[in-house]
Design a protein around this ligand. Structure first.
Ligand code: UDP
Length: 239
């Protein structure tokens, strides 16, 4: 089976990269992600990635320690650059050609994000990681993922999570929680299912970008999502 999607945007949370640790980066998880990306690439899919920074710093958490939100958010955005560069290092080790761009200017380390350049890189077979979130405080990397997805003209946003889809309640707290195979943006928003924040969901909704939510630590899941197999939950206009 080939790729159903020619170009995808994969959203990884920073937390995922921490693995079993409370914070920081697990090399095992980074290697695992590289393996999953390699597998998906063999289908011919072009892959863009946005990774969060929650394994290192979150601006909101900083406010609890008296750090002004905008300062904390800058730290959080820098954390996404650390994660992106770490992923690239692991990808290159596995022979995956990878470019990193950033919404934050950090000369000599990462080039600024320009969508046309990113698309050209993708078409040449590179994985493109876009760091630095949206480059603005008060946003999340989920919103950055939705934004970059639209900008690189990807056909789908794949959100890799700890759980295997979208549930009507938190499955970790309630064993009776029911998983949705498909659900509409408006229902996910009205039921406050917290798949992604409202800004990210609205961007996807306005640009008609389907969102596939799937479990990251299940080998083969990413490849199956790219093949269009029914993995996880899909959020679309009309469910
Ligand atoms: N952030 C930001 N603007 C953005 C994206 C992220 O200021 O456009 C900051 C914010 O402080 C956030 C942190 O970066 O808490 C890490 O991002 P996020 O919480 O989305 O990471 P994840 O939960 O995916 O690990």
């Amino acid at each position: 089976m080939g790729a159903r999607y020619k170009r995808i945007l994969l959203k990884l949370s920073g937390e995922a990269l921490a693995g079993d640790r409370e914070y920081g980066i697990s090399s095992d998880v980074a290697r695992y992600i590289a393996g999953q990306i390699q597998e998906a690439r063999t289908l011919g899919a072009q892959i863009g990635i946005v990774i969060g920074g929650g394994n290192i710093f979150r601006g909101v958490a900083g406010t609890l320690d008296g750090i002004p939100r905008t300062m904390g958010d800058s730290i959080g955005m820098l954390a996404t650059v650390i994660n992106s560069l770490t992923l690239r290092a692991h990808f290159l080790k596995e022979g995956i050609p990878t470019k990193v761009y950033s919404a934050l200017a950090i000369e000599k380390t990462v080039e600024p994000f320009v969508s046309e350049q990113a698309i050209a890189d993708l078409e040449q077979g590179n994985v493109v990681i876009v760091a630095g979130g949206t480059g603005n405080p008060f946003f999340t990397t989920d919103t950055a993922a939705a934004l970059r997805c639209a900008e690189i003209q990807a056909q789908v946003l794949m959100k890799a999570t700890k759980v295997d889809g979208v549930y009507d309640r938190d499955p970790a707290l309630d064993t009776a929680a029911v998983k949705f195979d498909t659900i509409s943006y408006s229902e996910a928003l009205s039921k406050k299912l917290r798949v992604m924040d409202m800004t990210a969901m609205s961007l996807c909704m306005e640009n008609d970008i389907p969102i596939v939510v799937f479990k990251l630590m299940e080998p083969g899941n990413l490849r199956e999502c790219v093949e269009g197999k029914p993995v996880g939950s899909t959020i679309i206009k009309e469910a």
